[in-house]
Write a new protein. Structure first.
Length: 405
């Protein structure tokens, strides 16, 4: 029996001459990545975390795990900055344009090109917009089976592209899709990933990507680098980077790629997309946000927040405690573990101002806080503060605004 893993880039190798097909490794794999088929032990590279449990339990020493120090990566082979062009219903998400703006800045320092990777079905019309927003190249994978996001299929396609073209840096938005996709991709490529970055730069001395993100509940800012592997990967929070102005004169190259069914196939299937109808205005795109916290005392009192938001034509936000209590869906959560927003006006009602919440809204142009506790931390951050009972302040404020508008 020959080695079961033909991919030389994968760090786990099974020595066929030693393997007795005892199945201990299959039973011991904590993520279910190993299986036996047709007299071979197979490993699903998209599931495997290279934890090396299989190697440690193999009684025949038939499984070899090569550590990073035992493998060599020619960093000089990697060139270019890539942006994953996330799309929904055939339209590119706005966070992609922010990443293209930052990508151009990084590419100028690295003296390379910026490429966008666009996957989906019937989405070729978006390629021109990506070029006008800063991309030099667009890798277009337009196939029916990629119409809806499936982590397994998307990660396998992107992995094949990376292995072929070897980008130095890959960026994605810190969205639900971006986080799901890049976690899988980093494991399959055996490279680092920094999530929820708020700043990116290039080290002047060695050209490495400097990735900055909040840590320890936002109390410190961590600086992270990926010195020994490529590509350097990061997901970036929405609304923290500035997108470039649309330039209709820009031209670029479109690279069309297609992949066989064994790459685009997925064990999970898309059933349906259920839209959150509780959110009338998209939180990350809103110019005005009214957020409620634990000071509202009960879920039914969120109608006060909704009434004010409706008058202002704004979106409804929330702090983590009320989301955890089930008062309002997670899609409304603002903060380190929720959405990062940057509206023109942010109204915080009954929110004390924990560092986790502040991390998600501190870049707002104007912040108004309403809280009965004069010592609430939110008052140290806000531009305007109202110390008072929100159950008295909010109805009166809403009434006055209705009269004004």
């Amino acid at each position: 029996m020959k080695d079961s893993i033909p991919n030389s880039d994968f760090p786990i190798r099974i020595i066929g001459e030693k393997c007795t097909l005892c199945g201990i490794c299959v039973d011991s794999c904590p993520v279910g990545a190993m299986s036996e088929d047709d007299g071979k032990i197979l490993i699903d590279e998209n599931l495997c975390t290279v934890c090396a449990v299989c190697s440690s339990v193999c009684p025949e020493d038939a499984i070899i795990v090569e550590r990073e120090s035992e493998r060599s990566t020619n960093l000089g082979d990697y060139k270019g900055v890539w942006v994953f062009a996330e799309q929904k219903k055939g339209k590119v998400e706005s966070v992609v344009f922010e990443l293209l703006g930052k990508g151009r800045e990084l590419a100028e320092k690295l003296k390379c090109e910026v490429s966008a990777v666009l996957m989906g079905n019937s989405i070729a019309g978006e390629t021109e917009l990506l070029i006008q927003k800063g991309a030099d190249n667009v890798f277009l994978i337009d196939q029916p089976e990629l119409e809806n996001f499936l982590p397994e299929a998307y990660s396998k396609v992107l992995r094949e592209l990376v292995l072929e073209y070897k980008p130095e840096v890959i960026l994605a938005g810190s969205t639900t899709i971006g986080r799901s996709l890049f976690g899988r991709l980093s494991v399959s490529l055996r490279t680092g990933l920094t999530a929820d970055c708020t700043e990116l730069d290039i080290d002047k001395e060695d050209g490495k990507l400097i990735q900055t993100r909040p840590a320890f509940g936002g109390n410190i800012m961590a600086t992270i680098i990926t010195p020994n592997s490529r590509p350097q990967m990061a997901t970036v929070r929405h609304k923290v980077m500035k997108e470039l102005a649309l330039d209709k004169k820009r031209t670029g190259k479109i690279v069309r790629k297609t992949f066989p069914k064994d790459i685009t196939d997925s064990r999970s299937k898309f059933i349906e997309y259920v839209e959150d109808l509780s959110q009338q205005v998209k939180l990350t795109e809103a110019d005005i946000i009214v957020s409620g916290g634990r000071g509202l005392c009960a879920p039914e009192n969120f109608k006060l927040i909704e009434s004010l938001a409706k008058v202002l034509n704004g979106a409804v936000g929330a702090s983590r405690p009320v989301v955890d209590e089930g008062w309002i869906p997670y899609s409304h959560q603002v903060g380190q573990t929720g959405k990062t927003v940057s509206p023109k006006l942010y109204v915080a009602v009954g929110i004390s101002g924990s560092v986790q919440h502040i991390a998600g809204m501190q870049s707002s142009d104007i912040i108004i806080a309403i809280n009965k506790d004069p010592d609430a931390p939110i008052f140290k951050l806000c531009d305007y503060g109202i110390v008072g009972d929100l159950f008295e302040v909010l109805p009166e404020l809403t009434r006055k605004l209705k009269e004004a508008f």
